[in-house]
Every structure is written in C-alpha cells, then in structure tokens.
Write a protein that binds this ligand. Structure first.
Ligand code: LRH
Ligand code: MN
Ligand code: MN
Length: 385
C-alpha cells in the first residue's frame, strides 16, 4: 500500500516567475496593485506560495524577462527566501529578427543569434544551479510555400545538437511543442511526435515537455503522457487550463477530470518518483485574478488531482481489467476521482506545520497589503513587452 501522504509531500510543483507580473492578452495588459518590479520581487512572491503550500520550492525563470546583472546573486537571494531556481526558459520569440523564425530562420545570421541565446541560457543554468533548460520555439510559417518544411527541420536539428553538446553534467533540456500560434499554417515543433523524434536522436539529456494548453481540442493528453513516460522521454509539464486555445488559465480550472487522468498516468508510469525527473511546472498567467492566490490555488489543484490519482485502487482496477469488466474498471477509476481529498490534504499540511487552508492563511497574512504599500509601478510579466 502506497504511503499517499509521503508521496504528496515529496511532489514539487514549480511556479513560473512570469505568473507574478502583470499580464493580459494582445488586447490589453492589466496592471494590478503590488506586482513585482523586478525578478528579485518575483522570487519573493513565489516564496510566499511555497511558504503557504509547502510544495512549491522552485521558481522557473524566463530570459530575458528575468534578466539581471548577476545570476548567482539572484540564486543566492532565492535561497535566502527559501526557494531555488528551477527551469530556465529561453525566449527566441520577441525580437524583430525572429519574424520568420529563430533557429529555423532562413538566414544563418538570425539562426546564430537565436542559438547564442540558448547557449547563454545554459550559462545562466551554470550560474544559478538550474538543471533544466526549457525550449519553446514560435517558429513556423503562415503560408504554404513560404519556406521549405524539411530544411527548417534540418536547421532545428542543427541548433538543438549545438545546445545539447553544451549541456553539462546533470543538465538537460526539455523541448516544448505547440500546435499553432504564432505561426498559423505550419509550426516547426507542432506536436509531441516531432519533439520526441528530435529528442530521441539527441540522447538522454533531451526530453519532451507537455504544456497542457498546446493541443487540439479533444486530444487525449494522458495517452501522450503514458507513451512518453514509458519511453523515458517525459521531462515534465507546463500545467495550465484551456477552453479554446493557449488560454494559460489556472490548471484544473477548466477540466479537473482531464488533470486527474493525466496524473493517473503519471502515477501508473512511476512519474512521481523524483528519480524519474518529471518536472511539475505551472505555465500560467493571472490576467484578471490576483496572482499569488492564483498560484496557490493552482498548486492545490495539482495536489488534489495527484491525491485522487494515488487513491485509484490499482489492484481492483487490474482485476477488473483482466476480467474484461468494463463497468467495474471504470467504476474503480471514477470512485477515486469522486473522492473528496481536501480533508486529506488539510491533514497533510497540518502535519507539516502549515495552515490547513493556504488560501485563507495567505489572505490573513497581510503580505498583499504590504506589497501594495511597498511597490509602485509593477513590471509586466513579459507578454506584449
Ligand atoms: C508558449 C509557452 C512557452 C513560453 C511560455 C511563456 O505558448 O507555453 O512555454 O515559454 O508560453
Ligand atoms: Mn509552456
Ligand atoms: Mn503556451
């Protein structure tokens, strides 16, 4: 019998620095009160999420949104706050040079510039102690015939190989795929199969990251998770919710049942064992809701889905499956999903010396009032910058 509480205590959920800054859509970025003015303050906010949940000890950075002069100093600051630096996210999508692509651009000069940025991100990993580089490419084309689809794959492979070779001991990169946007006709890394094929060719330090918002409607994401985990190629998640496209809403808000199904495949495939290296990261923006509580809620949503997945009676499920008992097997699965795990998680928090209700405890803490008073002119998260 699995010690569910021990597994839940060991699960780490990484929050993104960009969730703490102002964000919006291409129509409007909304300014909220008290938002961080620099990466140091973003880390301070992330540390609050960890302080109240106990399971969010790392923070992902996005470069150059989180550009600072001294990354080792930023990492030191994080440690003092009780958190660490998680994945370094590269950004080769917000420069005029990248209009036709970054590492797949037809011009060798632009490709060099993009690849150099990725290599700089590995330098930042060295300086901060981060072990994970996250690569997402907005590269693609809008019109049939605009560029050569095969040549773009060759250019991508070349850049990935250069970055792969630069990775040090204990470092890896995660390749992220996305169906469409900003390219509309053909994206160079549109799906898990493309990402997987590149990663397999490169070797064990290259893995795929599943951003839950990056699929066509109706895609069976848990199948992708099961497949990648089985192949040792699931590097982690960018969790968020979608109703329509890449909405970046709070994970578990749109479809908690899907999140449960995903987490069940993680449990089934051994992905909660820290040794497998599956990173549970949030990639969200809080455009209209307050940011720190938005992150706390999201962390709790992942925990709840994980707890339910752990509650699936695997023996009973296997027996029903072996007998071809369709309704019985489905019943075992649904029983776990329909269990209210909130009391279990409240108990777990109390046992760890935390408040049982992190949302209420944060609201009562006075932190929000303090940052509203202290911070004037908060920075944008990065979108639309
Ligand atoms: C792209 C994406 C990718 C970026 C992040 C800000 O849509 O999911 O992970 O780095 O958004
Ligand atoms: Mn993402
Ligand atoms: Mn996205």
């Amino acid at each position: 019998m699995t010690d569910i509480k021990a597994v839940l205590r060991a699960q780490h959920i990484e929050t993104p620095s960009w969730a703490y800054g102002n964000s919006g859509t291409r129509f409007k970025v909304f300014a909220q009160r008290g938002v961080p003015r620099d990466p140091y303050e973003k880390l301070a906010d992330a540390a609050q999420v960890h302080a109240f949940t106990g399971v969010a000890p790392t923070v992902a950075l996005h470069i150059p949104w989180d550009k600072v002069d001294d990354y080792a100093d930023l990492a030191r600051h994080a440690r003092e706050l009780g958190v660490g630096i998680g994945a370094i996210n590269s950004n080769v999508f917000q420069d005029d040079d990248y209009m036709l692509g970054s590492v797949t651009h037809p011009s060798a000069r632009v490709r060099r510039k993009a690849t150099d940025h990725l290599l700089e991100c590995v330098d930042i990993m060295d300086a901060t102690g981060s072990d994970t580089l996250k690569l997402w490419f907005s590269d693609g084309i809008n019109y049939p015939g605009q560029d050569d689809l095969r040549a773009r794959q060759d250019r991508l492979a070349e850049a990935l190989a250069e970055v792969y070779d630069r990775l040090g001991e204990g470092q890896r990169f995660l390749l992220e795929y996305k169906l469409f946007e900003p390219a509309f006709y053909a994206t160079d890394v549109p799906d898990w199969g493309t990402a997987y094929a590149h990663c397999v060719k490169l070797g064990p330090k290259a893995q795929v990251v599943v951003d839950t918002g990056h699929h066509a409607p109706g895609t069976n994401i848990e199948f992708i998770v099961a497949f990648l985990l089985r192949e040792g190629k699931l590097g982690g998640f960018d969790f968020n919710s979608r109703f329509y496209a890449d909405d970046d809403l709070m994970v578990g808000a749109a479809d908690p049942f899907q999140l449960f199904r995903i987490m069940y495949e993680v449990v089934r495939g051994g992905g909660l064992d820290p040794a497998t290296g599956v990173a549970f990261m949030l990639d969200q923006c809080h455009n209209i809701e307050p940011k720190i509580p938005g992150q706390i809620r999201s962390v709790m949503n992942v925990q709840e889905a994980t707890a339910k997945a752990l509650l699936v009676d695997r023996e009973a499920l296997a027996a029903a499956q072996a007998e071809g008992d369709v309704l019985g097997a489905n019943g075992v699965f649904m029983d776990a999903y329909n269990t209210d795990v909130r009391p279990l998680l409240a108990e777990l928090r109390e046992e760890s010396g935390l408040a049982s209700d992190p949302m209420a405890a944060y609201a009562k803490s006075g932190y929000f009032e303090k940052i509203v008073a202290d911070r004037v002119g908060g920075a944008q998260a990065g979108w639309g910058a």
